[in-house]
Design a protein. Structure first.
Lengths: 103, 171
């Protein structure tokens, strides 16, 4: 039995779709952020797998994943700072209650 | 032909990824869902190791599991009681989410399975990405070298540090 490219892409596809499901159904802001991390991670896996299987001599996918990880870390830190600030004001993290900046 | 150990490791990683990502979005206690996310990230790091990208797997463990997950756990413990459960989903919302996820999976899965030109490929060469190559690729200015994005990311991280302090400080 050989390990083909499908067998890496399909777990990553399932991971991405779990992220979509969580992003739509969750109410807590941190839970939404966790779903977002799942989606980012699935995309990272895809980059690495395409790099490894189709262009093993180059390393563009790997470098791109490195930068994506760095940007994801920055984004998460900032998002959590914003969430904690919102919690200080509203005492709640339910996205249905945070509508003050809406028109 | 792959070795048996490789295939066994692959199946462990793939099943861990699938099971724990489903648990991450369905668990109603948020601290548990963060823990399941940790397992997903570890399985992803294992996948990188298995593909031969040791540096990437180490970065994944250090940055994601060591940095982001700690941030998540701190934020969860600061903002909610650990034993608090999320309320049950309304059926409308759940159906909306399920429809979006399954439709997306079907479309992408169909696109994957119908384009069988390259997706059935197997690994046919040994990979050796050593630290020296990565360092040269990150620190050079020629073709296939990435000094400019590297510096841009460093400025982004600086901006992120300042932004985080400004946003979260006490007024």
């Amino acid at each position: 039995m050989e390990i083909t490219m499908y067998m890496y892409l399909i777990p990553s596809l399932i991971m991405f779709c779990c992220g979509v499901y969580g992003f739509i159904t969750r109410k807590n802001m941190i839970a939404i952020l966790i779903s977002l991390e799942l989606m980012l991670n699935a995309v990272d896996i895809n980059f690495v797998v395409f790099n490894r299987f189709l262009f093993p001599g180059q390393m563009e996918g790997m470098i791109f994943t490195l930068f994506a990880i760095a940007i994801a870390a920055a984004e998460t830190a900032l998002a959590i700072a914003i969430i904690i600030n919102i919690f200080r004001v509203v005492k709640n993290l339910d996205i249905r209650d945070i509508t003050k900046m809406k028109f | 032909m792959e070795s048996v150990g490789n295939i066994v490791i692959y199946f462990i990683i793939a099943i861990a990824i699938i099971v724990f990502s489903v648990l991450t979005v369905t668990s109603r206690r948020i601290l548990r869902s963060a823990t399941y996310l940790l397992f997903v990230l570890f399985a992803t790091a294992g996948l990188y190791f298995q593909l031969g990208y040791e540096f990437l797997g180490a970065v994944q463990i250090a940055v994601y599991a060591g940095g982001i997950l700690v941030l998540f756990v701190f934020a969860i413990l600061l903002t909610s009681k650990p034993a608090a459960e999320a309320e049950r989903l309304t059926t409308k919302k759940r159906w909306l989410g399920l429809t979006a996820a399954i439709l997306g999976a079907l479309v992408c899965g169909y696109a994957l399975l119908s384009s069988s030109i390259f997706c059935g490929k197997t690994i046919d060469s040994v990979l050796n990405v050593d630290m020296q190559t990565i360092g040269h690729a990150l620190m050079g200015t020629e073709k296939y070298q990435y000094l400019l994005p590297f510096e841009a990311v460093s400025i982004l991280l600086l901006a992120c540090i300042i932004g985080g302090v400004v946003v979260a400080r006490k007024r």
